[in-house]
Design a protein around this ligand. Structure first.
Ligand code: MF3
Ligand code: CO
Length: 249
């Protein structure tokens, strides 16, 4: 596995792209309200990306038809925005990638729309904490398995299950670079993290079964049991003396 290491100049470009992605994500997240359609949210994201002189990383990637992935309730990831109307009680995951000056930034968040179900709140909070724990495990000399284990242990301690079929990834000049970053694993296993690696860490966590399948649209990943799923993602850089979350607005 050849993991591209970014030099100081490339890291600076990553910071720009990632900050931009985070800003777009925050603005779209603020627009998630009952009555809005996922297609309208995607159009907003597309507009904000264009206004920043950037491109949507996902649009056209393997023929993906939108700027964002918007995945509601039982949809895990890769939900295609469209006519679906957001309703009170929905759990809405938003994922966006932007390309600027040759580098991609990639991030995701999950918004609860007037959610009162304690199980769904537990799921979303656990997924968010799983990402925070994973980020905290990123350091030079550490192992990728430490990061994966952090996600799995937090998610499972909250009675949730991590998706196996989809993973986080290196990110940089390409949206998907090595290494693959599973959301389950053993501490002390896997490649050694080195300064200059930029990693998109993205826990996908389900309330019920870990099992998922892909809808006939060839993209939308849904839970096998129809129960709710959540997804958070940050792009994180490994530095000489620790790590830096790049996708902060
Ligand atoms: N954040 C996801 C990923 O990095 C979204 C990719 S959607 C796609 O895999 F359309 F670009 F495939
Ligand atoms: Co990603």
């Amino acid at each position: 596995m050849k993991v591209p290491l970014k030099n100081a100049k490339e890291l600076e470009a990553m910071r720009v792209s990632c900050r931009l992605a985070a800003e777009v994500l925050a603005e779209v997240a603020a627009a998630v309200k009952p009555g809005v359609t996922t297609g309208e949210l995607d159009a907003l994201g597309q507009k904000l990306i264009g206004a920043r002189g950037a491109k949507a990383s996902f649009l056209g990637y393997r023929q993906y038809p939108a700027a964002m992935c918007i995945s509601v309730n039982e949809e895990v990831i890769h939900g295609i925005p469209g006519r679906r109307v957001v309703l009170p009680g929905d759990v809405v995951s938003l994922d966006v990638g932007v390309l600027k000056n040759g580098f991609h930034g990639d991030c995701a968040t999950t918004v609860m729309v007037s959610v009162t179900d304690p199980d769904k709140i537990r799921l979303v909070e656990a997924t968010k904490r799983a990402l925070a724990a994973a980020v905290a495990a990123v350091r030079p000399g550490g192992r990728l398995g430490d990061v994966s284990y952090a996600v799995q242990s937090i998610a499972e301690a909250s009675g949730c299950a991590v998706v196996r079929e989809f993973v986080g990834h290196g990110v940089g000049r390409h949206l998907h670079e090595d290494p693959q970053i599973p959301n389950y694993g053993k501490p002390g296993s896997g490649i050694v993290l080195k300064p200059g690696m930029t990693l998109a860490i993205e826990p996908m966590v389900n309330l019920g079964t870990k099992d998922v399948y892909v809808l006939d649209d060839k993209w939308t990943v849904v839970t096998r049991d129809g129960k709710t799923s959540a997804h958070f993602e940050h792009t994180v850089a490994v530095l000489e003396d620790g790590s830096e979350i790049l996708t902060l607005a």
